[in-house]
Design a protein around this ligand. Structure first.
Ligand code: 8ID
Ligand code: ZN
Ligand code: ZN
Length: 350
């Protein structure tokens, strides 16, 4: 039976902190499902939402964040098709889209002008019961552990899509900037599974150890390197630079530096979303190196299926730490200081 009230982490004002308290359990609409959340990852996007970092309006407060929620379907509306009560399912950043616009029709649902975003324009998964559009929730195989799959629902999908968008082919080298974070740790595993070679860029010895364990051929420490560009290039075959660069860091500098260590004809994929940052590249180098610079934004529904499938087949093993839902403020503190190697996953109380 579904209770009337539940525990949630509630943001009541810009900057928070989130308040752990009892609130009503939401009711699913006709085309929605209600998911009893078991585990939910904490993405840096949740911290951007808390701080109001982006030029995109949030839903009116109170706001419940979270968009890497894995759990069990406990109720559904009469128009919710393709998913049943008892199914394991995940709520992603893209909570819903219109399914009727040209972007939705051509499987670019994240670009839908009416996209609804979990933990941003609608309440997310930092609560015991969360609502998602049936068409957009990810059905999860029952044998897949709900704690480990949670980070796949945003971080995994996003880096898998970003690697595909980079056009990098097996045997080529990808530089992963922010490799020690949540997206970065998963990016290394997807890259390896896709036959790519990895140069990991991040800061500190804990992240070095993690990246080397995840299969990076080289770790470049941006806090120690005297010439980051030279160090990254030296780590690529022939010193020619990286075929692809995945920009996952929450800092502007790498977005302006990547063109210097990208290989000629290489592709730079911007994914991280540091507040107020600009992409900047010398026109001369961009032209004479024929460098391709582009953005990549989460993934469509099928990207979600594929990213989960890599995980279900045992190809993706990135470290995560599990703490209770009530500890979200402490996780945000560590994240703001760049002290998290990998991902934190919140366990939702029964
Ligand atoms: O669809 C999208 N484009 C999408 C999806 C999900 C997340 C975008 N994001 C965005 C988030 O909003 C955030 O801005 O990707 C960014 C990274 O999210 P995350 O992986 O969840 O953040 P994290 O775990 O804090 O990792 C960030 C890493 O960057 C490193 C930090 O040390 C940390 O390990 N880093 C920083 I800050 N500056 C760096 C630098 N100059 C750096 N690494 C290398 N060079
Ligand atoms: Zn996210
Ligand atoms: Zn649409």
């Amino acid at each position: 039976t579904i209770p009337d009230t539940q525990w949630a982490q509630v943001i009541e004002q810009k900057g928070g902190p989130p308040v752990y308290k009892q609130i009503p359990v939401p009711k699913p609409g006709p085309d929605e499902v209600l998911i009893k959340v078991k585990y939910t990852g904490v993405c840096h996007t949740d911290l951007h939402a808390l701080n109001g970092d982006w030029p995109l309006p949030l839903k009116p407060y109170p706001l419940i964040g979270g968009h890497e929620g894995a759990g069990i379907v406990v109720a559904k509306g009469e128009l919710a098709h393709g998913i049943e009560i008892g199914d394991h399912a995940g709520i992603k950043w893209l909570n819903g889209s219109c399914l009727a616009c040209e972007f939705c029709k051509t499987s670019d649902e994240p670009l839908c002008p009416e996209a609804e975003l979990s933990g941003y324009t609608v309440d997310g998964t930092f609560q015991q019961y969360a609502v998602g559009k049936a068409a957009h929730v990810s059905k999860l195989p029952k044998e897949v552990p709900l704690d480990g799959v949670a980070p796949i629902l945003c971080a995994g999908v996003t880096v898998y899509k970003g690697l595909k968008e980079s056009g990098a082919r097996p045997g080529q080298t990808v530089a992963i900037v922010g490799a020690g974070g949540g997206l970065g740790s998963l990016a290394q595993q997807y890259a390896k599974a896709m036959g790519l070679r990895v140069v990991a860029i991040d800061g500190g010895e804990e992240k070095r150890a993690m990246c080397e364990q995840l299969g990076a051929e080289t770790y470049v420490d941006f806090t120690q390197s005297k010439d980051l560009v030279a160090d990254v290039k030296a780590a690529t075959p022939g010193g020619l630079g990286a075929h692809a660069v995945l920009l996952l860091a929450v800092a502007e500098k790498p977005f302006q530096q990547a063109v210097e260590y990208a290989r000629s004809r290489g592709t730079i994929v911007a994914i991280g979303l540091p507040a107020g940052a600009f992409l900047k590249a010398p026109v001369f180098d961009t032209v004479v190196k024929m460098v391709n610079i582009k953005g990549s934004y989460v993934g469509n529904r099928q990207d979600g299926v594929e990213a989960v499938d890599f995980y279900a087949r045992g190809l993706i093993k990135a470290p995560f730490k599990t703490v209770p839902l009530k500890d979200l403020p402490e996780v945000f503190d560590l994240m703001a200081q760049g002290k998290i190697a990998g991902r934190y996953v919140l366990e939702i109380p029964e």
